[in-house]
Every structure is written in structure tokens, then in C-alpha cells.
Design a protein around this ligand. Structure first.
Ligand code: PNS
Length: 162
């Protein structure tokens, strides 16, 4: 937090696709930060199901109406992106103890590389704690209905494009 009380935070992820769990973290994060940047990793080595533009478009639609949330994308190191955007915090959601180990490693690594950036964790709401993009993708690929697990923007995208 700055001396004037403002806080720019980055919520990074693959968002392939955004889930209701992500959206919950975004809404709660937007109440803590004065400006929340949802930053989609443009990772060419991972094979995403949705293109970067599709992921950003679905995010934009899902967060429409939340004034202090911006959708952006980044390449390279997260801490470099955070520095460029003058973000003092990285926001991450934790669903279960199984997330903790990786998240702890990432947070330590990021803090060693850029001590000025703190990682803030929010516990995922219980009702979303079983939802992951990885499993949603599997259900989509196998032809299942994921509409109860994802924002309407994703369900609509799937109806029109798949
Ligand atoms: O939604 P995800 O896939 O769990 O998000 C992972 C993400 C994007 C936060 C992480 O892979 C990341 O920060 N990648 C950028 C590269 C980087 O900075 N790596 C070092 C810290 S892990």
C-alpha cells in the first residue's frame, strides 16, 4: 500500500479459461486494491485451449462493470511485469493445501527476485474450491457442460465457437 492508501495489484494466471473461482478472487481482490490488473500469461510453450485473445475477451466480458479492474497480458517474468506496471502486490488464490506448495515456491522466488513486491493470498471460497481450469478444459474436450463452473461469457463463447 502506498502512503496515499492506493494499491496497484496484479492477478496473474493462464485463465484458460477463467472460472467462477477466478472471478470470485477478482471481485474480492478489487475490493482490496485500488487498481487490479488481471494479467494473462502469454505462454507459447504451454498449449492453451483458448488463444490469448479469446482468454482476454472472456475475462473482459466477465469483469464488465467492475471499474477498477483492467485486463492485460504479459510475457517473461511476472516480477518484471509487476515492476513495469508499478504494482506493489501480486494476488493469488489458494484452493487447497495441494496448491500451497507451488504457490509458496513461486512467492519466495518472486520475493527473492523483487523484494518490493509482496504476494497476497486469498483463500478460494469453499463452493469454488474444486474448480480448476485444467479440469474444466478436460470436461470441455470431452463434450460436457461446464456452464455452472464458469462465467456466462465462457459458456456463451463455447456455445458459439465449439
Ligand atoms: O494460472 P496459472 O497457470 O497457475 O498461473 C501461473 C503464473 C502465470 C502465475 C506463473 O506461471 C508465472 O508467473 N509465470 C510467469 C513467469 C515467471 O515469472 N516465472 C517465475 C515465477 S513462477
Amino acid at each position: 500500500m502506498s502512503t496515499d492508501g492506493s494499491l496497484i495489484a496484479v492477478y496473474p494466471g493462464s485463465f484458460d479459461p477463467i472460472t467462477n473461482g477466478h472471478l470470485d478472487i477478482i471481485k474480492r481482490g478489487a475490493r482490496l486494491a485500488s487498481h487490479l490488473i488481471v494479467a494473462v500469461l502469454n505462454n507459447t510453450s504451454k498449449q492453451p485451449l483458448f488463444t490469448l485473445e479469446e482468454r482476454k475477451a472472456m475475462l473482459r466480458e466477465a469483469v464488465a462493470g467492475i471499474d477498477n479492474v483492467e485486463i492485460d497480458s504479459f510475457d517473461g517474468l511476472l516480477v518484471d511485469y509487476a515492476a513495469k506496471r508499478e504494482a506493489k502486490a501480486i494476488l493469488r488464490g489458494i484452493r487447497a493445501i495441494s496448491d500451497y506448495e507451488t504457490e509458496m515456491q513461486m512467492a519466495h522466488l518472486n520475493r527473492h527476485m523483487r523484494p518490493e513486491t509482496e504476494t497476497i493470498f486469498l483463500l478460494a471460497a469453499e463452493k469454488y474450491s474444486f474448480i480448476s481450469s485444467r479440469m474444466i478444459k478436460e470436461v470441455i474436450k470431452l463434450g460436457g457442460d461446464v456452464s455452472q463452473f464458469v462465467p456466462a461469457a465462457v459458456a456463451a463463447h463455447l456455445r458459439f465457437n465449439r
